[in-house]
Design a binder for this molecule. Structure first.
Ligand code: KG4
Ligand code: ZN
Length: 355
């Protein structure tokens, strides 16, 4: 079975073809960074319009490069949520129109399920069960994973997602959008010992997170440091480093706790922030110290991509769960509500229209 995956949930247009026997046949991505940079963040309406312009030409380019034709497809998968509703609807419309014209099944994929399964595209994928830390621009989740579609959310952020905290803190440090990777770069030259940021919610039991306070802490630290010595590049680099240390430390503490509590040995780290070098290093150490191992997707499959959607869609289509004709897109969608391919007890939220 050969499945085209289409990802348009936010500011990246991405497509890929995954073959259940041969693996990933190709993938392509177009980033809207330049479209949104002038506004300092994603403008939903501009994102939708750009997805309309780019999705089909990108798919055509992918087919040409991989030596494929649309008639080679046995199914189409697209990101049905969570995400920006207008952007999601572009992918949904294209995927459903294409599937209808080709007479093949179509499935709406949960974006975070895509992230969660992304390490399966690597040569040495993790076996089930595992613990997944999903860290993206919209979500921070610790998930117990027993198989495809068998998820239990153990912890999540009560306020900002970790990627959002990176982006907001980067903005106040004067860095251009998208801030996360820029902040990580600035932190490289920072002194980790000069400032100490809090490790939110680590002093109490539980696996939830809170990251909105770190941004406020960064504002105050920047102001106080500027009062003493003026606003210097050094201050900003040291603050970036202290912020990154606090985030990495907090995530490491919670992952260690979740591994111990769940008895799981394998730790999967995915989502855009999973591309962070320091985070990858620390979590690999944590998993090893607990007698297990950490698994990461390659960097380009940590951030949004079409390969993870094609892979997740292929698993679902092979299992016989195609959704219903009403399944379109939903801006909010809980990972807990997913069911395994082909059945299970949890309701399929992809059948529900956006309220
Ligand atoms: O998964 P993703 O590409 O999109 C969403 O589903 O949200 O994640 C994007 C997030 C952004 O907040 C971005 O700043 C962050 O991931 N990010 C990073 C790094 N690369 C991307 N944050 C920290 N360090 C990085 N190297
Ligand atoms: Zn994502």
């Amino acid at each position: 079975m050969r499945v085209l995956g289409i990802e348009t949930s936010c500011d990246e247009t991405a497509v890929a073809v995954y073959d259940l026997e041969r693996g990933l046949l190709g993938h392509a991505l177009y980033s809207q960074v330049e479209v949104h940079a002038a506004y300092g963040g994603v403008v939903p309406e501009l994102a939708s319009r750009d997805h309309i312009r780019k999705t089909l030409p990108l798919a055509r380019e992918l087919f040409d490069r991989a030596g494929l034709s649309v008639s080679d497809l046995d199914g189409v998968a697209y990101t049905a949520g969570p995400g920006l509703i207008g952007a999601l609807l572009v992918g949904a419309s294209i995927a459903r129109g294409l599937a209808w014209a080709l007479g093949v099944p179509v499935v709406g994929v949960h974006h975070m399920e895509g992230h969660l399964l992304a390490p399966m595209l690597e040569p040495d994928p993790p076996a089930f069960p595992f613990l997944a830390l999903l860290v993206s621009g919209g979500h921070t989740l610790l998930v117990q994973v027993r198989g495809v579609g068998r998820y239990r959310v153990l912890g999540e952020s009560v306020d900002d997602a970790v990627g959002e905290a990176f982006d907001k803190t980067a903005k106040l440090l004067g860095l251009p959008y998208p801030g996360g990777p820029q902040l990580a770069r600035l932190a490289e030259g920072g002194d980790p010992a000069r400032f100490r940021f809090p490790r939110p919610m680590t002093d109490r039991p539980g696996l939830d997170f809170s990251f909105s306070g770190l941004k406020t802490f960064a504002v105050n630290t920047l102001r106080d440091a500027g009062r003493d010595a003026g606003d210097t590049p050094r201050n900003r680099a040291d603050i970036a480093r202290a912020f990154e240390e606090a985030v990495v430390d907090t995530l490491a503490i919670k992952c260690r706790r979740a591994l111990r509590q769940s008895g799981l040995e394998r730790l999967v780290v995915s989502g855009g922030v999973g591309a962070n070098r320091r985070l990858r290093g620390r979590l690999a150490e944590v998993a090893e110290a607990e007698g297990g191992r950490a698994y990461f997707p390659r960097l380009e499959f940590c951030t949004d991509n079409g390969a993870m959607i094609a892979y997740a869609g292929a698993q679902r289509l092979a299992g016989g769960r195609h959704g219903t004709p009403q399944a379109i897109a939903t801006a909010r969608w809980s990972l807990d509500s997913l069911a395994p391919p082909g059945g299970g007890s949890a309701p399929a939220r992809d059948d529900e229209p956006e309220p």
